[in-house]
Design a protein around this ligand. Structure first.
Ligand code: NAP
Length: 252
């Protein structure tokens, strides 16, 4: 049976790998992102692998564009099976500049980008009494990290948002999986100058993510080692957080 899957942030990294994973199964995939050239490359490879990609050149912070894309995807394919809200950006808060633009942009893309891209699919899933949603948070959502408050806050907000939505959606047969990746080898991490523990290839991450969506797991932390580190990470004294997380200087 073929599935209809919509993935945001499919032009690189985890989203791109997920698009290839589902293409190998011959599924129909809505691939959404901003960079047209990258989307074209991903489309070509999806077709080569046996998938049926449909491109949506959208910015997830644009509510109307997301709504139109969801409507188009559902009407073209007569339904929706899986939505993966993966699009996200990292970056420095830059609060010392006095300009809130950078942090606001991170919050908007990482948080409102998720509500914009997921919610338009929910009425159809409710009508079908089926559907799977996956939202990509981060292990950074478990503590406020130095200089990356916007990123940490957006990912922490997704943790609470999805915990709440799980209660709302479950009676309608809709599953919701929250993904908490550690370090994954993608464009987001390629310029990190520090050693990233348990760094995982995005193809491997996408296989694990897809499997947890398939099994309707509520929560996935990957690589698995972080499951044991996070409880310690959450109670570490502040000075150790500062010592062992990359600060501004190390990132440059
Ligand atoms: N890599 C890691 O170690 C790691 C760890 C924890 C969590 N995550 C999360 O995993 C997700 C995927 O990141 P990645 O590591 O695969 O990084 P990536 O390679 O930089 O991919 C990010 C994707 O999001 C898209 N995107 C960004 N802003 C967008 C916007 N406004 N509208 C539409 N698409 C947008 C990008 O496409 P365009 O630029 O073409 O729009 C790109 O396809 C993110 O949510 C990230 O926070 C990653």
């Amino acid at each position: 049976m073929s599935l209809n899957i919509f993935i945001t942030g499919a032009s690189s990294g985890i989203g791109e790998s997920l698009a290839y994973y589902y293409s190998r199964k011959g599924y129909t995939i809505g691939i959404a992102a901003r960079r047209n050239d990258r989307l074209q490359t991903v489309t070509d490879k999806c077709i080569e692998l046996g998938g049926n990609p449909i491109v949506y050149n959208i910015d997830v912070s644009d509510k109307e564009k997301c709504k139109d894309a969801a409507k188009d995807f559902m009407s073209t394919n007569k339904g929706i099976d899986i939505v993966i809200a993966n699009a996200g950006v990292g970056g420095d808060d830059n609060i010392l500049s006095g300009d809130p633009s950078e942090i606001n942009s991170i919050l908007k893309i990482n948080l409102l980008g998720v509500t914009n891209s997921v919610i338009p699919f929910i009425p159809k899933m409710k009508e079908q009494h089926s559907g799977r949603i996956a939202i990509i948070s981060s292990i950074a959502g478990f503590r406020g990290l130095p200089h990356h408050g916007g990123y940490s806050a957006s990912k922490a907000a997704l943790r609470n948002l999805t915990e709440s939505w799980n209660y709302t959606l479950k009676p309608y047969g809709i599953s919701l999986t929250t993904i908490f990746p550690g370090y994954i080898d993608t464009e987001m991490t390629k310029d990190h100058k520090f050693k990233m523990p348990f760094l995982m290839h995005s193809d491997k991450a996408s296989r694990i993510i897809a499997n947890s969506i398939q099994r309707k797991r509520r929560k996935l932390i990957l690589p698995w080692q972080w499951k044991f580190i996070i409880p310690i990470f959450r109670i570490l004294p502040r000075f150790l957080i500062y010592r062992f997380t990359p600060n501004q200087k190390e990132l440059k």
